[in-house]
Design a protein around this ligand. Structure first.
Ligand SMILES: [Zn+2]
Length: 267
């Protein structure tokens, strides 16, 4: 593992510390939007969020709206929000397993919602439904057929995660929070997959040594950057990755190159 290079002249971190902005495109692959009963967000609606992430150099923010995850409004409305900020916003279709009628109707619109809809978002723990539950099968089979990204909330060691990864070997699973705390299990999920798994860093920047452990475990090509914005701030996230004791090549893979490899340069 390389030394920390944040203050080395010409390093990504040194430039960022000076400018407060990246000179390469950042892809935040895990965002949300909208107010939430459990917390006060100063910045949580599209115009303010887009302005905020642009300041730091985010090219795309891929998000699922809180209200769509709770089922209080539909993905069609999220598509309308994306259309207002076509240069920045992309969406995951929120999949609410209790609403199988909505899942089918919304997935039928997926192509119509291009290029904004890029994948699906699953929230198994909050929806009381593990990834192997048959209510997810229609959505996961669709992702599997198309090779689509599926951002899935994970926390700790949930055996259904690896089972689903192996059951749908062509879906591209983005493991949100890297099975937070169960780091070795997250690494196992990548290693025992059909090369269809990436670990997504939300909540991890700031936890000392974890980014380094994950890069060592699976390689930086298998790690994606995300913030859960507005829950965590973009500056905290980017600062955490740039401060990690990994190489500049690793940092560029995580912040910039991997999403382009998965979804194409101009998704
Ligand atoms: Zn989230």
């Amino acid at each position: 593992m390389s030394e920390c290079i944040w203050n080395q002249p010409g390093s990504l971190a040194e430039k960022f510390w000076k400018d407060g902005k990246a000179d390469f495109p950042i892809y935040d692959m895990h965002g949300h939007m909208g107010a939430h009963y459990a917390i006060y967000f100063k910045i949580c609606e599209a115009p303010e969020m887009v302005a905020h992430v642009k300041r730091i150099g985010v090219k795309r923010l891929v998000f699922s709206h809180h209200e769509a995850l709770w089922g209080t409004f539909r993905n069609a409305r999220v598509y309308e929000i994306c259309k207002q900020f076509p240069d920045t916003l992309r969406m995951y279709l929120s999949i609410v397993p209790q609403r199988e009628d909505h899942i089918r109707e919304d997935i039928a619109q997926f192509d119509k919602w291009a290029p904004y809809a890029v994948g699906l978002k699953l929230l198994p723990g909050y929806h009381n439904c593990d990834m192997m539950d048959p209510r997810y099968d229609y959505a996961l089979s669709f992702a599997n057929e198309r090779g689509l990204p599926v951002l899935v909330h994970t926390w700790g060691n949930d055996p259904a995660v690896l089972k689903a990864i192996q059951k749908y070997p062509n879906a591209k699973f983005f493991i949100a929070h890297c099975c937070y705390g169960a780091w070795d299990y997250a690494i196992q999920c990548v290693k025992e997959s059909n090369n269809n798994v990436w670990l997504e860093l939300t909540a991890i920047p700031g936890d000392r040594g974890i980014i380094e452990k994950l890069v060592e475990g699976v390689g930086s090509e298998r790690i994606l950057y995300g913030t859960d914005m507005p829950w965590f701030d973009e500056y905290q996230g980017v600062g955490g990755v740039l401060s990690a004791k990994i190489t500049d090549e690793d940092k560029l893979n995580i912040l910039s190159r991997n999403p382009e490899r998965i979804l194409g340069k101009d998704f």
